[in-house]
Write a protein that binds this ligand. Structure first.
Ligand SMILES: NC(=O)c1ccc[n+]([C@@H]2O[C@H](COP(=O)([O-])OP(=O)(O)OC[C@H]3O[C@@H](n4cnc5c(N)ncnc54)[C@H](O)[C@@H]3O)[C@@H](O)[C@H]2O)c1
Length: 171
């Protein structure tokens, strides 16, 4: 997959990191679905988006058109299967627990299209501890955003020994 093939993003976990990663993706022009298992978290994430975008327009930091476009590109669902079904890349940002991440990746392996890249935003867990929970280890990597993701411009892309070299070159 080449970078220009990436149109649809799924962000799993809408907590501290996930909700801002999702909005950053939508602001960057990607159709983005944000999902979380806690309905109140998802509601909070949606409210944040609906407050943040008009706020940026009011401050003159963003055009109304750009805000409208970003809002139209981001959606929220509690159903991970639905969230992942069209994803070209999934960014996992759930709690920092290896058992949970492995379970989420095993589920994503079933729900996301076969070509999709599955990335973890983990700060400490390397993707080699997660990759074998899926049948697509060559498409697994770390994609580490910094907090707050809407402000910090740096994203670390970390390959593992399992990450396919061609995918590494074209990611
Ligand atoms: N907080 C930071 O400064 C920071 C910075 C960079 C990376 N990270 C990494 O980002 C990840 C998330 O951290 P955070 O601070 O956003 O955590 P958080 O606790 O704020 O959010 C995690 C979210 O995951 C959700 N969740 C749990 N199980 C889920 C499941 N099965 N499906 C969907 N959602 C689920 C929780 O409901 C919660 O809303 C961690 O791996 C962490 O290492 C955190």
């Amino acid at each position: 997959m080449k970078i220009n093939d990436v149109k649809n993003v799924c962000v799993v976990g809408a907590g501290n990191m996930g909700h801002q990663i999702a909005l950053q993706c939508a602001l960057s022009g990607f159709k983005t679905v944000s999902t979380d298992v806690v309905p109140a978290v998802l509601e909070k994430a949606q409210k944040f988006v609906e407050g943040y975008l008009p706020g940026r327009v009011q401050k003159g930091k963003m055009t109304e058109e750009a805000a409208k476009k970003a809002r139209s590109l981001i959606s929220f669902t509690g159903d991970i299967k639905e969230a992942a079904k069209d994803a070209d890349i999934v960014i996992e940002a759930v709690l920092e627990r290896i058992d949970l991440k492995r379970k989420v990746f095993a589920d994503l392996d079933k729900y996301a299209p076969p070509a999709a890249i599955l990335a973890t935003n983990s700060s400490f867990i390397v993707s080699s501890r997660i990759a074998d929970a899926t049948k697509r280890p060559s498409q697994i990597c770390n994609l580490h955003f910094f907090n707050p993701a809407l402000v910090m411009k740096l994203v670390e892309v970390v390959q593992g020994p399992h990450t396919c070299p061609t995918k590494r070159r074209s990611a």
